[in-house]
Design a protein around this ligand. Structure first.
Ligand code: NAI
Length: 282
């Protein structure tokens, strides 16, 4: 897609680009295409695990390594942002990790230290990032803040486990800050995205089933990371200046569906297989 200059003259910071598959990676590429200048940030450990430096080179962006659960790191981060850009117009929070989920610890038996880490990394980090932006006076009036959520915040997807709680908190923080930022015309929204094949996504047991189920239920199919990035651009642009405190489904229609013909057919096939098995057993 060619750019439309939707973010010409805007500056920002994008958290969470790890690899080429990361949603934040695609958002950074789309912001670059639309004329924005931005810094990239990720946890120091991501330097070893990913290749964000390549993205920084491609988009001509400075990199600021910061653990989004650390107040000291975030205070330092905004000092560097100020040196680079003065003040900024947008923040993208694309950070998440479910520690119990990764370690296969079931919801009924959560390790509470890991649970706290999950909430800290995946949700409270949004609060910290906004808090430090305000405290350092980094964000311009009329700015836009965006994070990434999942429908597991509202409905139970059995394998999503503690991450459903983390996303519910993230969405609540979005509303709580939205009220307070309104007096400066700053917007804050979350995109609730389809299952997407990324490092965070594939860390969830049963992810392939969640992905295929959503693909078969959604009238438009699953939304890709590229299309998510295009949607993100609109939310960072002035075109959506009156949209705030919203959880915006970017999911090919999944959130409005119950069952689709494809799932009905798949269930029929599975009933037929069960009947065959029973006959063979008899
Ligand atoms: P990803 O693994 O590429 O991105 C997650 C990022 O969080 C990584 O860059 C990682 O280094 C960063 N991170 C983890 N701990 C951190 C910390 N302490 N400080 C700073 N950064 C830290 O995966 P993806 O899928 O691009 O995730 C981005 C966002 O999209 C997350 O909020 C995720 O929950 C959300 N999302 C993902 C979906 C999916 O199916 N992949 C679906 C809906 C939402």
């Amino acid at each position: 897609m060619s750019g439309h200059g939707l973010l010409d003259g805007k500056t920002g910071i994008i958290f969470g680009a790890l690899t080429e598959s990361s949603i934040a990676w695609h958002i950074a590429e789309a912001c670059d295409r639309e004329g924005a200048a931005f810094a990239l940030s990720n946890a120091p450990v991501a330097r070893r695990l990913g290749n964000m430096d390549a993205l920084a080179e491609k988009t001509g962006s400075p990199v600021i390594w910061a653990d989004a659960t650390s107040d000291d790191d975030l205070a330092d981060l905004y000092e560097t942002v100020e040196e680079e850009y003065g003040t900024i117009d947008f923040i993208v929070h694309s950070i998440g990790m479910g520690v119990n989920v990764r370690k296969d610890q079931p919801y009924e038996d959560l390790n509470y230290n890991w649970y706290q880490q999950t909430l800290d990394i995946s949700a409270i980090s949004l609060h910290r990032i906004v808090h430090h932006a305000l405290e350092s006076d980094a964000l311009n009036d009329g700015g836009s803040i965006l994070s990434l959520s999942y429908i597991g915040a509202q409905r139970i997807f059995s394998k999503y486990s503690e991450m459903g709680d983390a996303k519910a908190l993230l969405e609540s923080i979005t509303r709580s800050f939205g009220y307070r930022l309104g007096k400066r015309d700053i917007r804050i929204n979350a995109i609730s995205q389809s299952p997407t094949k990324t490092t965070a996504g594939s860390g969830i047991e049963g992810f392939d089933a969640m992905y295929e189920f959503a693909e078969k239920v959604s009238p438009l199919g699953n939304a890709s990371a590229e299309s998510c990035a295009d949607y993100a651009v609109t939310l960072l642009s002035d075109l959506t200046r009156m949209v705030t405190m919203q959880i915006l489904y970017h999911d090919g229609g999944f959130s409005s569906m119950g069952i689709s013909d494809e799932i009905v057919e798949a269930m029929k096939d599975s009933f037929a297989d069960d009947a065959d098995d029973e006959e063979n057993d008899a």
